[in-house]
Design a protein around this ligand. Structure first.
Ligand code: F6P
Length: 328
């Protein structure tokens, strides 16, 4: 039998991602449309423990669709990994009569949600919100499209100066253990090479590729270095390459957290709205312990266990090969 959920809370947890606000807006307004009482938790799981839970109405999510970050704030909360932290969080929810939870975040968020749901039987639905695009069950995670566009815009600018000075740039991008941002931005920015966590490209192979470019009159080169690759950060790699390949003057740019900020792209606004709408409807329809995702332009539910177990992004070998061919 379908539970009669009356009070729903939404939270964002882990790294912020552009499009989270669009999703919060969709969750709150969909719940209100169906006559539910809506709540927002400030600072993710930390806010559950601190009882920082506010009541939300349709106007509390006005004019946020276009904003980066998250109006609910976010945190990486160690205390929620402890049973004692979870117990306090559950007691705070119970006191307010909150019987449904929408959590927007990445794999750490879902790990917490799964344990919380299993332990206390609270109805919970996850929305994949991370720039890393590393969750199974959705072709795209919220914020990933905006992050790629931010990276591309930055690399286009780096290309101008690299080309003017005939330089080699190493540009480090985020992704934790997923090379998704790196590979997509390498294609879209015409990078000469990309180092990914999922594929061991030896420095020898990298140098060979750069030498080939120099010998065919490439005036500048850009190498995208993904977080999590086996050779470490861009500075270390640049130093190692420089020892064996001195053709270009070499520079390093670490894009860092600017990849997480900024106004969400049209794609992420629509994705956030669709996923938030679907997550709330799923809760109301009695679904729990699942993640909503976009699969071939259709909304699909995947169990939190499955989303977590097969969470790693599978490298598309054809895209990597294409990047290699198109950058000769
Ligand atoms: O998961 C998103 C992400 O930006 C990763 O790409 C990166 O490794 C990590 O978060 C950085 O985390 P923090 O903002 O806590 O330093």
């Amino acid at each position: 039998m379908k539970p009669n959920i009356k009070n729903i809370a939404v939270l964002t947890s882990g790294g912020d991602a552009p499009g989270m606000n669009a999703c919060i807006r969709a969750v709150v307004r969909t719940g209100i449309y169906h006559g539910k009482n809506m709540f927002g938790v400030i600072q993710g799981y930390q806010g559950l423990i601190n009882n920082n839970i506010i009541s939300m109405d349709a106007r509390s999510v006005s004019n946020i669709l276009h904003l980066g970050g998250t109006i609910l704030k976010t945190a990486r909360c160690l205390a929620f990994k402890e049973d004692s932290g979870m117990e306090i969080a559950f007691k705070n929810l119970q006191e307010k009569g909150i019987d449904g939870l929408v959590v927007i975040g990445g794999d750490g968020t879902f790990t917490g949600a799964k344990r919380f749901g299993e332990k206390f039987g609270i109805n919970v639905i996850g929305v994949p919100g991370t720039i890393d695009n590393d969750l199974y069950g959705s072709d795209f995670t919220l914020g990933y499209d905006t992050a790629i566009n931010t990276v591309i815009e930055a690399i286009d600018k780096i290309r101008d100066t690299a080309d003017s000075h005939d330089r080699l740039f190493f540009v480090e991008v985020m992704g934790r253990d997923s090379g998704c941002i790196a590979l997509r931005s390498a294609i879209a920015s015409g990078a000469e090479a990309v180092l990914l966590p999922e594929r061991e490209t030896s420095l020898k192979e990298l140098i060979t590729k750069l030498k080939e470019g120099a010998s065919t009159k490439k005036s500048s080169s850009i190498v995208i270095v993904s977080e999590g690759n086996k050779y470490g950060g861009a500075y270390d790699i640049a130093k190692s390459v420089k020892r064996k390949f001195t053709h270009y003057d070499t520079k390093v740019t670490i894009l860092g957290h600017l990849q997480r900020g900024g106004s969400p792209s049209g794609f992420d606004r629509i994705l956030g709205s669709r996923l938030g709408f679907a997550a709330t409807n799923a809760l109301i329809n009695g679904e729990t312990m699942k993640m909503v995702g976009l699969f071939g332009n259709q909304i699909k539910l995947t169990s939190l266990s499955e989303a977590l177990e097969s969470h790693n992004y599978k490298l598309e070998e054809d895209l990597l090969e294409m990047t290699h061919v198109l950058s000769i």
